[in-house]
Design a protein around this ligand. Structure first.
Ligand code: SIN
Ligand code: FE2
Length: 220
């Protein structure tokens, strides 16, 4: 930042931590989930007690290295027949656990800080990465309506996020994601390719030997 700019900002007390721009319409809110940490981790235990993490199978027949579960009205699932949102957990036949209030608050607050006011997600995909797990470049496009942003919360071990463009071969930028960081993408970047590089070995003091990611969507 130039000197004139830093002099200017020296006199401003920010209400929220600064945010980093990933692309047009896409931002990283560093530490935005930290005030919600305790409530979110407690709610996660409840959810995964009712709908345990499982390794789903892609339509092509590969077992995903990331283990997943969901909460909310709809949950993202994959099996040999394809990707879809389902109101019920295919493992139990029961509806997914309800979206906790602290999840809704965190998602709505993050979206509005990123310039997307009024976000009320109906789906939260919960991803668990153990060391060695990765998620290859993909678009989030199983949702009915792309006017809602994606809000993506990182907890636990750090990871490297790849954020590209609207075409698979567009160049990707890499961003470190740490415990408490929230990435939000919508508008012109809603369909950008993104992925997570292989998780490195480690143990996080609050979360253990894993990274948890909450991805909030308006699915239905
Ligand atoms: C996802 O794209 O569903 C997950 C992204 C992440 O784990 O940060
Ligand atoms: Fe995604």
């Amino acid at each position: 930042m130039g000197n004139a700019m830093s002099d200017l900002f020296d006199n401003i007390v920010p209400l929220d931590p600064p945010f980093e721009r990933m692309a047009e319409g896409a931002v990283l809110l560093r530490g935005a989930a930290l005030p919600f940490e305790k409530d979110v981790l407690a709610a996660l235990d409840e959810i995964t007690g009712q709908a345990p993490f499982r390794h789903m199978v892609t339509p092509g027949g590969f077992t995903m290295s990331v283990a997943m579960t969901n909460c909310g009205t709809a949950g993202w699932v994959t099996d040999r027949t394809g990707y879809r949102y389902d109101r019920c957990d295919p493992e139990t036949g029961r509806p997914w656990p309800a979206m906790p209030e602290c999840f809704l608050d965190l998602a709505a607050r993050s979206a509005s800080r990123a310039g997307y006011p009024g976000f009320r997600p109906d789906a939260c995909l919960i991803n668990r990465y153990e060391p060695g797990a990765r998620l290859s470049l993909h678009q989030d496009k199983n949702e009915l309506d792309f006017t809602n942003p994606i809000v993506s919360v990182s907890l636990g071990l750090p990871a490297t996020f790849q954020f590209g463009g609207l075409k698979r071969n567009d160049p990707v930028k890499k961003f470190p994601l740490r415990h408490g960081d929230v990435a939000v993408w919508g508008g012109p970047s809603r369909l950008c390719y993104h992925g997570v590089l292989e998780l490195k070995e480690g143990v996080h003091e609050a979360v253990g030997r894993m990274r948890i990611n909450l991805t909030f969507r308006g699915a239905l």
